[in-house]
Design a protein around this ligand. Structure first.
Ligand SMILES: C[S@@+](CC[C@H](N)C(=O)[O-])C[C@H]1O[C@@H](n2cnc3c(N)ncnc32)[C@H](O)[C@@H]1O
Length: 317
């Protein structure tokens, strides 16, 4: 009997499989994901079934890695892994551009450091909680649409750039306390058409502010008069947690009597003890929380095995 591709609607066709493989390679390639996270087994199965190496050429073409292979005069099939390894894991590079593809097909490109901690800060790379929060925002644009948003500890800027491009806030304040992070933020926002008036691609009023949770007065906070406050991966150290909770308490106090600001904190739970300490400090400061995290549409490539929790905070009566 002849094989009839696509006759069973529940089994993805060979063509669909190929499209999926290319997409997975493309998004991991542009996000400079670790090589082990590439779908090698799926690729091997495709090669075995199709008995052709076309898929390799297509992968190389979409990543521009074929140029390197061609110039080296090598066989693409043998050189795929090496070419990707060279591009993705160049040894002595300290920073590089990562591109995160959005559902519409456009991308957010950010200059990020390779080391997770460098120049005395954790803010020069994008963390998983930022990617989860951005995915949550894409699923809940109404939380941000037409509203004034303040982001705490913005780091490289991923969450905010996605919110500004896809959720239509009226204004968005990126903030951080570290000088290198603030400069990197300005550069990354310019690259993504958010800062320079001439090349601006959204109507959102965007600014970058130096904001340290340890020395923020209620007066300055009132001047911001924000409606939504968000932060990703800011609960990672017991000392930071203390000042953060004091600061969050001020934010909630400032919005008493007005429409309360919606405060959303997204955390990777690396150390359950530190995270439990955060929740105790919230409760001691009269701040309640409800858990908002749940399944989101997967848009970005990152390790989904770590526990990530998004909580909304409110002032208890
Ligand atoms: C782990 S990084 C998270 C960056 C980004 N939100 C992300 O998830 O990719 C923590 C960020 O909080 C910032 N931060 C730490 N302490 C701070 C403070 N006291 N005031 C303001 N920002 C602070 C750091 O500079 C850093 O950018």
């Amino acid at each position: 009997m002849m094989e009839c591709a696509g006759s069973n609607k529940n089994v993805p066709s060979r063509k669909q499989n190929r499209v999926d493989i290319l997409k997975q390679f493309q998004s991991r390639f542009f996000a400079t994901s670790r090589l082990v996270s590439f779908p090698w087994t799926v690729l091997e199965n495709d090669l075995e079934l199709s008995k052709s190496s076309d898929v390799i050429l297509e992968i190389l073409k979409q990543g521009d890695a074929h140029l390197q292979v061609e110039s080296a005069g090598c066989e693409p099939l043998d050189e795929l892994y090496d070419a990707l390894a060279e591009v993705v894991a160049a040894q002595d590079v300290t920073e590089g551009y990562r591109t995160y593809l959005l559902p519409r097909g456009d991308g957010v490109s950010l200059l990020e450091n390779v080391a997770l901690i460098s120049e005395g800060t954790t803010g020069l790379v994008t963390w998983e909680a930022a990617l989860y929060l951005a995915e949550w925002a894409l699923d809940h644009p109404q939380t941000f649409a037409g509203r004034k948003v303040l982001e705490l500890g913005s780091g490289a800027g991923l969450t905010g750039v996605v919110v500004c491009h896809s959720c239509g806030p009226s204004s968005y304040i990126f903030s951080d306390c570290h000088q290198s992070v603030l400069q990197r933020l300005r550069d990354n926002l310019s690259i993504n058409g958010l800062l320079n008036n001439k090349t601006k691609t959204t109507r959102t009023e965007v600014s970058v502010q130096e904001l340290d949770w340890t020395d923020m007065t209620e007066e300055r906070l009132k001047e911001f008069s924000v409606e939504v406050v968000i932060a990703a991966d800011v609960v990672y150290d017991p000392d930071v947690v203390v000042v953060l909770v004091q600061f969050l308490s001020k934010i909630l106090k400032c919005s008493r009597g007005r429409v309360p600001a919606e405060v959303l904190i997204c955390s990777t739970v690396r150390n359950p003890h530190t995270y439990a300490g955060f929740k105790h400090s919230l409760s001691d400061a009269g701040i309640g929380h409800r858990v908002m995290s749940g399944a989101v549409n997967h848009v970005f490539e990152y390790n989904r095995e770590s526990e990530i929790e998004l909580v909304q905070l409110y002032a208890c009566q």
